[in-house]
Design a protein around this ligand. Structure first.
Ligand SMILES: Cc1cc2nc3c(=O)[nH]c(=O)nc-3n(C[C@H](O)[C@H](O)[C@H](O)COP(=O)(O)O)c2cc1C
Length: 301
């Protein structure tokens, strides 16, 4: 285990920095910037059983200190991912976390069973918290019993580590995280976006065709930090933090609060090398202080 290495369930990551789902394509689009295999891992765009076109435009807009998106889980579908994307990622030695989405438990299971047939998938991340789709999504994520059921069903059909991604809109997010832990989750990832809106006052028109969108970016970070702190204090499985990470200091904040790893999302749109910068920054931080990342986890608690 190196200075930066962490363990999440049975999975060893070379460093605690991943890219967040939906903010890094399928990981193949960033070749011009750096070797993606240097990251702890990438989370794919949410994969569904069948390809999805997503919502009509406009689907994204900028806000102060963040952005709104209502992509609606546009993706190539699990079959095309396994055929066209995964082999390249596997060959390049990228640690791939398959983020998956479905509107029924049966489809969550079917996607997982398809992924089971492949090598090169390191873990499955269940998106039970998307705010931009009419069925499934956040309705699963708000309900501890439903989240537990989805987790249990996926757990029962795979040996892959199962991560479950929390919605900040769950009333009692700690109860949801605990239900997922009891159902066999290997890690909790937190958080997904929070629903927001924006109006173009010149045109007197909503900026997003979907009316609302998921809010992400730097302004989300204090909320995510509070939630990660609460969940890390309540479960004994690792917590992976997401929400407004764009610098090494941001990542450190989450690690000190008890996260075992972080995911970099919206920051990739402003700086495609953001996640790599965080890895390099963490390495420098740990070398200067002669500490390991592991020793930092939860040290501010
Ligand atoms: C354009 C966009 C698309 C996203 N798509 C997904 C997705 O497919 N699945 C998912 O679980 N989360 C998705 N997310 C949520 C992010 O993975 C992340 O949880 C959220 O943006 C907060 O992190 P950030 O502030 O670093 O962006 C998406 C976010 C954005 C901005």
């Amino acid at each position: 285990m190196t200075r930066l290495g962490v363990e999440i369930g049975g999975l060893s990551l070379k460093n605690p920095v991943l890219t967040a789902s939906g903010c890094f394509g399928y990981g193949l689009e960033y070749d011009d910037f750096y070797d993606v295999a240097e990251l702890g891992g990438i989370c794919t765009k949410g994969l569904s059983l069948h390809p999805r076109a997503g919502n009509p435009p406009e689907r994204i807009c900028e806000t102060p200190a963040g952005m709104l998106n209502a992509i609606g889980l546009a993706n190539v579908g699990v079959e095309a991912f396994c055929r066209d994307k995964l082999p390249i990622l596997r060959e390049r030695g990228v640690t791939v976390v398959a983020n998956i989405f479905a509107s029924s438990i049966a489809d969550f299971v079917a996607i997982t069973e398809r992924l089971n047939r492949e090598t090169g998938v390191a873990a499955v991340e269940l998106n039970v918290s998307c705010p931009n789709v009419s069925e499934g999504g956040i309705e699963f994520g708000k309900d501890a019993r439903m989240c537990g059921e989805v987790t249990r069903a996926v757990r029962s059909v795979t040996k892959l580590p199962v991560w479950v991604k929390m919605s900040p809109e769950a009333g009692n997010i700690v109860a949801v995280a605990r239900a997922c832990e009891e159902a066999g989750a290997d890690a909790i990832t937190a958080i997904n976006t929070i629903r927001g809106m924006s109006i173009d006052v010149e045109q007197n028109k909503l900026r997003l065709a979907n009316r609302t969108g998921g809010f992400s970016g730097p302004a989300l970070r204090p909320i995510a930090l509070r939630i990660v702190w609460e969940i890390a204090g309540a479960v004994s499985i690792p917590v992976i933090a997401i929400g407004g990470v764009s610098t090494t200091r941001d990542a450190l904040e989450f690690l000190l609060a008890g996260a075992t790893a972080v995911q970099v999302g919206t920051a990739n749109f402003a700086d495609p090398s953001a996640a790599k910068r965080v890895v390099d920054g963490l390495r420098a931080h740990c070398e200067t202080r002669n500490v390991t990342v592991k020793s930092l986890i939860g040290s501010a608690r």
